[in-house]
Design a protein around this ligand. Structure first.
Ligand SMILES: Nc1nc2c(ncn2[C@@H]2O[C@H](COP(=O)(O)OP(=O)(O)OP(=O)(O)O)[C@@H](O)[C@H]2O)c(=O)[nH]1
Ligand SMILES: [Mg+2]
Length: 464
């Protein structure tokens, strides 16, 4: 797909994270890169020019000749670079002060400070990567779990791009047939092979679009995760369960009912899926104002929950409060967690379990961490059911921006189907087709409006 016009100035930024590290990297991109390198860098072994993609050892000095650091420098000649422009990287010691001093010299020598994401934006504008790959770069940097990293890596390799291109190609084929009819208006503007076109539209356009939209929902779970709320009456062991799942004493645990007064939220990874785990105040009749606020918050968290772990104390019979609370969860996806199996005994646990005949149940000893692996498996299963037959190996999952455009594309295609079906004139059919093609162009960045691009790249850090 075609590149947008090139940009001509030279940008620079510290590419490594703030703080102290083993090495730090300054990245420069643009036509002045080589000249800046020549001006600031003195190799220990003198060279008249720098070979592309080779590391040189030397020093960087400021204007008055004071050496700032010993560095490794590399010059990468266009177009085989991240941005497709000339690129220089200076690898210095990882002191932020040193990096800032070197950057200041680079700027004086003719570069300007890069905006957030500007290197990647140039890679996109030069046509080296499409917009879905540029978005994958930011997703890779921001991913919080192995599942998110895997999705971003596939997208970076073009998994989504290729899907979109193949749908586009099918639409272009249809357009070609329609244009034949437009080119010969005298022969009664009739589109040939309508049945064939309709079946191409269904098989190669609409079906793949529907599948991608479904994958977007799965991608959301993998990237953003789900909210799992631990609920139950006071003292059943909710905080003990949270601590057990986190492997740390995060929440206070006491034998006093009403110990947890506010909600506590922590992120864990359940087989690569981010799970926001929330411990809540045990809900009960009360007369304490602070506790009341905590309980109110607990109720709100319950409403937001994707999945509820309903904890009961299996060592005693269910109380009225257990039953009330359970009713509150009626239309929630839930797992019943029978706790305190160490003192409950199997018969008693069976009796309590029989009260929840239609629920998935897991037996645990929260205090000792027993049964928690089993519980994690069950949580994972419950989350996966969400995405309707969700496949662990999802390798391509559109994000929300893509999903919204895919839905518009699909409705343009349904309009197109209708027009073809009704025998609409070829030029009208072509308009529907072009609308669908333009939407797909937005996804990969061919026709994406500038403000959308600006918003997208501003989410990057500087230096990327
Ligand atoms: N025997 C036994 N006791 C447990 C177990 N889990 C928790 N407890 C005890 O039950 C009491 C209450 O535990 P918490 O984890 O604070 O219960 P909670 O549901 O968070 O209570 P609130 O915050 O007051 O709603 C503590 O004394 C725990 O040691 C268990 O598996 N077996
Ligand atoms: Mg608690």
């Amino acid at each position: 797909m075609a590149a947008r016009p090139a940009i001509s100035d030279t940008i620079a930024a510290i590419a490594t994270a703030p703080g102290t590290g083993g090495i730090g990297i300054i990245r420069i991109s643009g036509p002045e890169s080589a000249a800046i390198l020549h001006r600031l860098f003195t190799p220990y072994r003198p060279h008249s020019s720098f070979q592309s993609h080779k590391l040189y050892y030397g020093t960087i000095a400021d204007r008055s000749g004071v050496v700032l650091d010993e560095v490794l420098a590399v010059f990468m000649q266009a177009p085989h670079t991240y941005t497709r422009e000339d690129v220089v990287e200076l690898h210095s010691h990882g002191s932020y002060l040193v990096l800032q001093a070197i950057l200041a010299e680079v700027l004086t020598a003719g570069a300007r400070v890069a905006d957030s994401g500007e290197f990647t934006k140039r890679a996109f504008l030069s046509g080296r990567i499409d917009l879905t790959r540029a978005e994958a770069v930011i997703e890779l940097l921001q991913a919080r779990t192995s599942g998110g990293v895997r999705l971003a890596a596939h997208q970076l390799q073009g998994a989504l791009y290729e899907e979109i291109v193949s749908i586009r190609d099918a639409l272009v084929d249809i357009l070609a047939v329609v244009e034949v009819a437009i080119d010969f208006p005298d022969d009664d503007v009739e589109i040939l092979e309508v049945d064939h076109l309709l079946s191409t539209l269904r098989e190669q356009v609409e079906h793949p679009l529907v599948r991608l939209i479904e994958l977007a929902d799965q991608g959301k779970v993998i990237r953003e995760g789900v909210k799992v709320v631990i609920a139950g009456r006071p003292n059943v062991g909710k905080s003990s369960l949270l601590n057990g799942l986190l492997h740390e004493e995060r929440a206070l645990v006491t034998e006093i009912p009403g110990t947890t007064r506010d909600t506590i939220e922590e992120l864990i990874s359940v087989r690569g899926i981010p799970v926001h785990l929330v411990d809540t105040a045990g809900i009960r009749a009360h007369d304490d104002f602070v506790e009341e606020l905590g309980i109110e918050r607990a109720r709100r968290k319950l409403q937001e929950a994707d999945l509820v772990l309903f904890v009961v104390d299996a060592s005693v019979s269910l109380t009225e409060l257990d039953r009330e609370l359970y009713q509150f969860l009626e239309d929630k996806k839930r797992i019943v967690v029978l706790n305190k199996l160490d003192i409950a005994g199997d018969d008693q646990a069976d009796r309590v379990g029989r009260e929840f005949p239609s629920d998935v149940q897991v037996r645990i000893v929260a205090r000792e961490g027993m049964g928690l692996d089993d519980l994690l498996d069950t949580i994972y299963q419950a989350i996966m059911d969400e995405g309707d037959g969700m496949n662990e190996q999802v390798s391509c999952a559109p994000n929300l921006r893509h999903k919204m455009i895919l839905e518009k594309t699909l409705s343009a295609c349904r309009q197109l189907r209708e027009s073809l079906h009704l025998g609409a004139p070829a030029d009208l059919v072509a308009v529907d087709l072009q609308a669908a093609l333009d939407y797909l162009g937005d996804i990969v960045g061919l026709t994406t409006p500038d403000d959308v691009l600006d918003a997208l790249f501003s989410r990057f850090c500087i230096g990327k």
